[in-house]
Design a protein around this ligand. Sequence first.
Ligand code: NAD
Length: 330
Amino acid sequence: MSNQTKILVTGAGGFIGHHLVTYLKEQGYWVRGADIKEPEYEATRADEFEILDLRRWDACLQATRGVDHVYALAADMGGMGFISANHARILYNNGLINFHTIEAARVNGASRYLYTSSACIYPEYLQTDAQVTALKEEDAYPAQPQDAYGWEKLMTERICLHYREEYKIETRIVRFHNIFGPLGTWQGGREKAPAAMCRKVANAKLTGNPIIEIWGDGEQTRSFCYIDDCVEGIHKLMCSSYHEPLNLGQDRLVTINQLADMVAEIAGIRIRKKHIPGPQGVRGRNSDNTRLRAVLGWEPQISLEDGLSRTYNWIETQMRSAKKGLTAAA
Ligand code: NAD
């Protein structure tokens, strides 16, 4: 891709979108970001950043004007707590965002369009065991995602496939498996498991109370992929000629209890786990990276320990400065 290529990143005020803008600027592209909000923790490096509600058709036309490539990340989303409690809202908001964004990109003549789907599209019946068989792309059908979030993602995947066939816009579809890292939401109800765990452990360290609450028995399993690998992988996929859905994640399975222990070790404290009722999602989920390696000749490199350590340190620093702010104000 030439670095004269003009790019739109939607959801550029969010966690992955913000990191993606930074990565694309480092590669020399011209980048426009669009979102309903600015990035929370540092300024964007986008050449232009527009505050737009992408549920609206006119906003999507404005966002996609004059760009060659679109990375479509905007979504009303969050961790399990949010996803399992907001089905109607998620279907409505994300349906509008995704229908309008791809159609506006087509009308405005964009040549490539990358859609960020999710491991949440995989059928619930393949994820009932903690020692789950890693999920291959073709496992998506017969479809039975657990939540409306997954159904909407699956439907937008189909839209992308049909737009490519019928309108000749080159669509790419990536299925993320639990992306984490610094500069992501870590409090407020939308945070995901790694950030929530780092916050709980940092809180234990800063208050001296070693009790960490964990939803369920903590034996549910996941794999976690660090943000730097994620943005590199998305860019590689956009530049490739592969148009079917592709997993992007790590394939190392850990339980949530193990995740808690790893973060506690990084923080240098001992914790006591208290298991409480709460939404857990599927029992086990892992990424099969066979196709990722074959298509991109690449797979995520950053270890879970390394990624968690960078994330934990950032969250602990955030909490320390918030505490200092409170003390100063008091
Ligand atoms: P995020 O919530 O941090 O970012 C999404 C952004 O979309 C937010 O900044 C939000 O303000 C914006 N947005 C929401 N409604 C909007 C609207 N009406 N108009 C304009 N912008 C709007 O989430 P993220 O983790 O950065 O995820 C980015 C994409 O990747 C999403 O599509 C998400 O579904 C997908 N994904 C993420 C993960 C993950 O582990 N983080 C996993 C699977 C899929």
